[in-house]
Design a protein around this ligand. Structure first.
Ligand SMILES: *[C@@H]1O[C@H](CO)[C@@H](O)[C@H](O)[C@H]1NC(C)=O
Ligand SMILES: *[C@@H]1O[C@H](CO)[C@@H](O)[C@H](O)[C@H]1NC(C)=O
Length: 432
């Protein structure tokens, strides 16, 4: 009898489930991360403001890009470092990557060039020392925190004020995504982050994947030790990175199964890879002129991202040499001293509208450091890539694109000018 009644009411239940709640604008606290991470997050925040949400941004006083924000309430707190310190440490980090290939998780997490992470992690302590700011945050009764988990402070803020949290990220180091969402890791066919393995692994590679994961279990704790200390200090009770990640309400991940390999995920993980491709503007006149002048061969777009625009001189000369040997016009985003052997077809620019250039029908190839933003702009616009990954997730991104036939990867530290020339000719002329 009971089942019959239930079935009878089924249409009613369905109607109730489908009745939308009142869509109200909310009050959102945003704790962003500096650098290229912020660019896409900012476009999302702009849309939220446009939809009528009230947004408050909490940022450190010292930052590269966070300060020049738009029409939004900004709360700053002081930092223990200056912009010069921060730049110097980033330079050390970046120089180190040019000299030392990333061989193991240990060498990445324990690198002596990682002092920049200490600064990143430590500014949360400064935030909580600012009692006026803490009081303001407490009294503002936000509905949620929208955060980039890279510097972890947003997670600490969400936990401290018991607010629902929405993560916005490409992913997180170590095993905290799987652990935090209680997903299985499937080490036999899901390569761990930073291994640059594909999903088709030999026995040896699977063993390596397994060992990498064991390394995560051992060393990640040291990498996040500073954060755990700060969080424990703030909460006055021991807090682990797992405690911080596991309370996340929604994970918005800038990935999907075009970029990443299939893996088990939980329903609160939402893939939003490629949202950075959507901003389109008409090309500025000077770029249009370059493109028009390039003739039937078209152009090649070359950028190593917004973080690395200077490279060692001998490397720049090798690259310049290879670029001179293709018939295309090359637009190279580069702010260092121009290499003396720069060919006539290569134009150095301090900045370029990457996504808009990639969307132009005359663009034949994209030379990229394969950061996730760039890779998505390559995929969205269907431009084949020559990838020169340097650090972080770039090796993984490059491997994924290569196994899908979207480009060719070169080891930027070891490649010769001929390698680059050959790779460019392959992606431009091989119609696959
Ligand atoms: C900024 O926001 C305020 C309040 O929402 C609004 O009155 C003002 O016109 C906005 N200014 C700009 C430049 O958009
Ligand atoms: C480039 O060529 C297009 C199409 O021929 C033309 O509409 C445009 O005005 C040209 N732009 C410049 C800056 O020369």
């Amino acid at each position: 009898m009971a089942p019959a009644i239930l079935t009878g009411f089924l249409p009613l239940y369905v109607c109730l489930l489908l009745t939308p709640g009142f869509a109200e604008a909310g009050k959102l606290l945003v704790v962003p991360m500096d650098g290229s991470h912020w660019f896409t997050m900012r476009s999302v925040v702009e849309k939220l403001i446009h939809k009528g949400h009230e947004v408050v941004l909490v940022i450190p006083e010292v930052s590269w890009h966070l300060g020049n924000s738009f029409n939004v309430t900004v709360k700053t707190y002081s930092t223990t470092y200056t912009l010069e310190d921060f730049n110097r440490e980033f330079q050390i980090f970046s120089d180190f990557q040019w000299k030392n290939p990333q061989l193991s998780l240990f060498s990445f997490l324990m690198s002596p060039a990682n002092k920049i992470f200490d600064d990143l992690f430590s500014h949360c302590r400064s935030l909580f020392k600012d009692l006026k700011l803490v009081k303001y945050l407490e009294e503002s009764s936000f509905d949620a925190v929208f955060l980039d988990p890279f510097d972890m402070c947003g997670l600490i803020v969400a936990k401290y004020f018991s607010l629902p949290s929405v993560i916005f990220s490409r992913g997180v180091f170590c095993h905290y995504l799987e652990e935090g969402t209680q997903s299985p890791m499937a080490l036999s066919y899901v390569p761990r982050g930073l291994t640059a393995l594909s999903d088709v692994m030999t026995f040896r590679e699977r063993v390596r994947n397994q060992i990498w994961h064991l390394e995560e279990r051992v060393f990640c704790h040291y990498f996040y030790k500073n954060v755990e200390d700060i969080a424990s200090e703030i909460f006055q009770t021991p807090v682990t990175a797992y405690d911080l990640f596991s309370q996340t309400s929604i994970w918005l991940l800038r990935a999907d199964f075009v970029l990443d390999y299939p893996k088990p995920v939980m329903p609160n993980v939402v893939f939003i890879g490629g949202i950075n491709c959507q901003e389109r503007k008409p090309l500025p006149k000077d770029f249009e002129t370059y493109i028009n002048a390039s003739g039937e061969h078209g152009i090649v777009v070359f950028s190593l991202g917004s973080m690395v625009s200077e490279i060692p001189e001998y490397k720049a000369m090798e690259i310049a040499d290879a670029l001179g040997k293709i018939p295309q016009t090359v637009l190279w985003r580069y702010t260092g001293t121009p290499p003396p052997n720069l060919a006539k077809n290569t134009k150095l620019v301090k900045w370029l509208p990457q996504n808009d250039l990639l969307g132009h029908p005359k663009t034949r190839a994209f030379i990229t450091h394969s950061g996730s933003h760039g890779v998505y702009e390559g995929i969205c616009n269907g431009v084949p890539m020559v990838m020169l990954p340097l650090f972080g997730d770039q090796m993984d991104n490059a491997k994924r694109m290569e196994t899908r036939g979207a480009g060719v990867t070169l080891n930027v530290l070891e490649m010769t000018s001929e390698d680059l020339e050959k790779a460019l000719k392959t992606v431009i002329n091989d119609k696959r």
